[in-house]
Write a protein that binds this ligand. Structure first.
Ligand code: SAH
Length: 340
């Protein structure tokens, strides 16, 4: 039986019409599912008995379960269990401007970035649209508050699960449902060039973040296998096209790895690469993981790197850290749970 959260408005409408329902009932159903967050179709008061029976026969209202939650003052880290006994994770961050959920897009990841815990383990499968939507519903229920921001930066490469991601965005953006503003949704990619071009034409004003981590081809190829497929020149041509079409600001993620990509020369390469673009750089202090040998840059080196960018007129921030103490880095909780 399939999850009802896989269906967008058009599909719910089609279902209603095929089951002697009315056109307006699709929107009502969306409000019951995402605003009132029903746990049984019987809780719906304005649908016929017949329709509720059909819905109960045809759809699940919950397929994902909360396995464990680690809590600290401003962050909750969820380990979710999927129907096929796979595990994924999501991190809820409590900001002064609202609640932001970092969710997973795949079980595992095939991109193989050398510093990343998820990349160390291969992709098992894509998440369905419903499984991504449910991460938001479950975290929101757990904390008892509305989630206002979503970032697709958990386990997986979202652009390797492109269609399901786009459908998920459509569903969580719906104004009768979760109503999460497109400008409050960010998708992060390691740089799948054809999908960046496609995303430029996706008709929602979603933010795009690109994991850069190196500003020259040689180093980037050592850290990120995807760089062997798409050179920085190809990546930046696609990003310039994206900026031209969308008129939106891009963000770049740059993890600082001790002695690897945090030298003065690396900062200068980065300046030359992004200078003049409508973009800002998010410097990420590396979250060390037991299985991988990379170390976080020294605090003084992070400050130096930041200063070089700043002095050269680049918009730059150092990412505030939420997850470090509770192993909230991209797949670490999943690996602990599975003992792998
Ligand atoms: N595949 C996508 C999204 C998931 S990774 C992407 O590559 O953008 C989200 C971000 O976390 C990426 O920038 C990734 O490089 C970074 N990341 C991975 N492991 C990390 C770690 N141990 N510490 C800090 N950031 C990490």
């Amino acid at each position: 039986m399939q999850s009802i959260y896989n269906l967008d408005e058009e599909e719910l409408l089609e279902y209603c019409l095929n089951h002697n329902g009315k056109k307006y009932q699709a929107k009502e159903l969306i409000s019951w599912l995402y605003d009132k967050k029903i746990t049984s179709f019987d809780q719906i008061t304005n649908l016929s008995k017949e329709m509720k029976k059909n819905l109960t026969q045809d759809f699940c209202l919950q397929t994902v379960e909360v396995s464990t939650v680690e809590r600290s003052k401003d962050v909750c880290k969820y380990l979710f269990k999927l129907p096929d006994h796979q595990y994924i994770e999501a991190v809820l961050m409590i900001h002064d401007y609202g609640l932001s959920l970092c969710l997973s897009s795949q079980v595992g990841c095939n991109m193989g970035c050398k510093f990343c815990e998820s990349g160390r383990r291969k992709k098992v499968r894509n998440l369905t649209t419903g499984e991504m939507v449910e991460q938001i519903l479950l975290a929101s229920k757990d904390i008892g508050k509305r989630i206002s921001h979503v970032v697709v930066m958990g386990i997986g490469e979202p652009f390797d699960n492109y269609d399901n991601i786009c459908k998920m965005i459509k569903i969580i953006n719906h104004d009768k449902g979760l109503n999460i503003g497109a400008r409050h949704i960010t998708v992060s990619t390691c740089g799948l060039v054809p999908k960046i071009k496609e995303f430029a034409r996706f008709p929602y004003q979603v933010n795009l973040a690109v994991s850069l981590h190196a500003a020259d081809d040689k180093l980037r190829e050592e850290l990120m296998p995807i760089a062997k497929v798409y050179s920085l020149k190809e990546l930046f041509d696609a990003l310039k096209e994206y900026l031209k079409i969308t008129n939106r600001r891009l963000s770049f993620e740059y993890i600082l790895l001790d002695g690897v990509n945090d030298r003065e020369q690396d900062a200068m390469n980065l300046v030359h690469l992004v200078k003049g673009m409508n973009a800002y750089i998010n410097l990420i202090p590396y979250n060390e993981t037991t299985h991988l040998q990379f170390k976080r840059s020294k605090t003084i080196q992070i400050a130096r790197f930041y200063d070089i960018l700043k002095k050269n007129g680049i918009c730059v921030t150092i990412r505030r850290e939420f997850g470090g103490k509770i192993s909230a880095a991209c797949g670490q909780l999943r690996s602990q749970k599975e003992g792998l």
